[in-house]
Design a binder for this molecule. Sequence first.
Ligand SMILES: Nc1ncnc2c1ncn2[C@@H]1O[C@H](COP(=O)(O)OP(=O)(O)OP(=O)(O)O)[C@@H](O)[C@H]1O
Length: 694
Amino acid sequence: MVDIINDHDQLSNPYAIQLTDVTVHLGNKNVLRSVNLSIEQGGIFALLGPSGCGKTSLIRTLVGRLHPTINHDKSYGTISILGKHSYAFGQLVGFMPQEMALHPTNTINEELFFYGRLANMSSEKLQQRCEFLINLLELPNREKLIRKLSGGQQRRVSFAIALIHEPKLLILDEPTVGVDPLLRRKIWKHLTEITMSGDRTAIVTTHYIEEARQANIVSFMRHGQLLETGRPNDLLLKYGQQVEDVFFELCEKVHILEIQNHEQERKHHHKSLTVTNKLCQTTVSSSPKKKCCTFGLHSCARPSFGRSLYALLIKDVLKFQRNPFMLMIHLLVPILQIALFCLCVGRKLSDIQVGFISREVIRSSSTTGLILDKIDKNVLNLIEYKSISDAQYMFKSGYLSGIIDIGENFSKEFLQKIEECSLSDENKYNDSQMLLYVDQTNRQMIYTIAEEFLRVFKSVDIDYHLGLWTSTSSDKTLFKLGQFENNQSDFEYTFTHFMVPGIILSVIFFLNVALTALSLVIEQSDGTQDRVWITGVKSNEIILSQLIIHSIILIIQITIILFTTLVIFKFPLRGSLVLISLLCIIQGFCGMTFGLVISTIFTTEVNAHQVTMAAFYPVLLLSGIVWPLEGQPIWIRTITKWLPMTKAIEAMRGILLREWNMNYLIVQQAFAVTFIWTMLFLILTLVIFNYRRL
Ligand SMILES: Nc1ncnc2c1ncn2[C@@H]1O[C@H](COP(=O)(O)OP(=O)(O)OP(=O)(O)O)[C@@H](O)[C@H]1O
C-alpha cells in the first residue's frame, strides 16, 4: 500500500481545497463565476444553495469532471486539492457523486470490494470496513444485488464507497438525499467524528439549512457565485439572524448588485465583473492568485496496474455473469443471423407459381408433353389455365410469377422448323415458339424460370434456340465454362456462397462494436466510470479490461459462428481454418476498437446505438458484402476498397472457397488493413479519452 502521508505536497499544504478565480461555462451560461475558495484541512465544509445554483458544478470541477474556462483576467484560475493540481486522487479522496454511479449487477459486498481493491486495501481491512459501514449505514444483507435495493439504500451504498478507504478528503454531493431523519443524523454524527481530529475534511453539498448548521464552515451559493463563507455562528453573529435569514438576505443583496452591475455594463459598454469578484471572495481564508493553472495527472497513491486491472476484470466478469441475457444476445444472435442467412438468402428459388395455357392437346409423346414433364416441379409449380385472360388476371394480382402460352401447333411446327433448319425464320411458323410472360421487376425470378427451361430443353435433347431466351442461350452456345481450380468442378455455387463470408465478418464486427460501445457508454452515463477514474485508474487500464473480457466473448462467438456455418450448414472450407479464425478475431478486435471510439465521443446509450446502426448499412453496402465492388462507380471503389472490412471479406471468400493462404496478396492486405484500422481506432480512443479527462 502506498503511504500517502509521506506525500510532501500534502504535508506542507494546510488546505484541503483551494480555488482561485475559477469560472466554468456549460451550454451558454457560466455555471461557476470567478469562484475563490480556500478550505483548511479538518472539519466539515457545507455548500448550501437552492437547486440549480451550481453546487454540483463546483463539486464536478473539484474532481476534474468540469474544466475551468478562461476568465475575465485571461487566466483559467487555479484548482488545488490537498496541495495537488491533479484529478486522479487515488486514496486521498472519497467521492460521492449526485447520481448513484453504482454497478447494478454487483452485490453490496462486491461493490465495496471493487472500490476497496482500487484503493489498494487488503482483504482483511476491506472485510472490517465493509462490516463497519454496513452497520453504520444500516444496509441490508451484503449479498443483495444493488439493482434490488431501494433508492435510499443505493445512496447509502454510494456513501459507503466514498468512506471505504478512509480518505483524507471526502467530497459528497447531497449524501443525505432520500435518507430518513434518524439515519441522516447518524451520518452527520459520523462525519463530525471522523473530521474532528483535524486530518480529515468533508465537503458536503446540501439543500437543507438545518444540516448546514452542523458544519464547521458553511458557504452560501447562488447563480454560480459564493455569496458568503464562514462559520455558522459567525454568520449568525454578523447578520444577527437565523441561518435561513442570512441566506435570504444575501440573495437579496446579490440581486441588487446584479442589477447595478448590469446598469453599469450597459452604460460603459464593457463587461466588467467587478461585482461578481467582490462577492466571490471567501471569508475563511485568502488564497494567493496565480495566473495559470496546471492540470495534469500525477501519480497520486493510485492502485498498481495489476491491481486495478484485476478489480476491473472481476467487475466485468460479474456483470456478464449476472446478466446472462446480454451474454446470450452476443452468442445466440450470431447463430440466428448466420442460420437465417444460410436458410433464406442466395439459395435457388423454388416453388415458383407459373401458369400455362396450352391450345394444343398435350400428349406424353409430343414435344410439349415431353417439355412439361421434364420441368422440375419443385422449382416451377405449373398451374393450367383454360384462358389467357384468367392467367393474366392471376399474374397481375401477383399470384403467378410467369405464364407460358403454348400455341395450337407448337409440337408440329417446332419440329418442322428444326428439320428445315430455319430457326431464325420467325414468320413462317407462328406456333413454333412458346410465349413466356414473366415479372420483369424480379430479375432473380426471370433467371430461375429461364434456367429451368434451358435445363429442360437440354435434357430433352432439343436445340434450345427457341427464341425465348435468346441472349442467355446464345451465350451458352458461345462459351464453355473452364476451371483452374479442380476442387470446384462438381460444386454448384450459389449467391449464398458469395455473401456468407461478408455476413460472418459483418456480424462479428458489428456485434463487437455494439458490445464495447454500449458497455462503456453505460458506465459513462451512469457516472461509474468517473468514479472509477477518480480512484486513479488510468484510461488504458479501463480500455484494456474491456478488451480482455470482450476478446473472450469474441472467441466463443467466432467458434459458434464457424461451427454453425461449416458444420451445420456444411459451407465448403477449402483453405485453412486457422487463417479464417485469425481473420475473424482481428476483425472482431477492429470492431471493438471502433466501439471504443464511439464510446469516447458519445455519452448516451441512444446516441451510441444510433451511430452503430448508422454505420452498419454504409459498411454493409460499401464493403462488397451484398454486391461485388465492381458494381460501384470507380471513384467510390478507390475509397471503399480500403474500408476496414472490404479486403477482409474478399480474403475470407478466397480462403473459404478458393484455398487462398498467406501467400496471396489480398490475404496479406486484409490482415494489414484491419491491423492499421484497429491501431487508428485505438490511438483515437486513447487521445479522446485522455483529452476528455484533462
Ligand atoms: N450539461 C449542462 N449543460 C448546460 N447547463 C448545465 C449542464 N449541467 C448543469 N447545467 C446548469 O448549470 C446550473 C448549475 O447546475 P448544478 O447541477 O451545478 O446545480 P445544483 O446546485 O447542484 O442543483 P441541484 O441542487 O438541483 O443538484 C443549472 O442552471 C443547470 O441548468
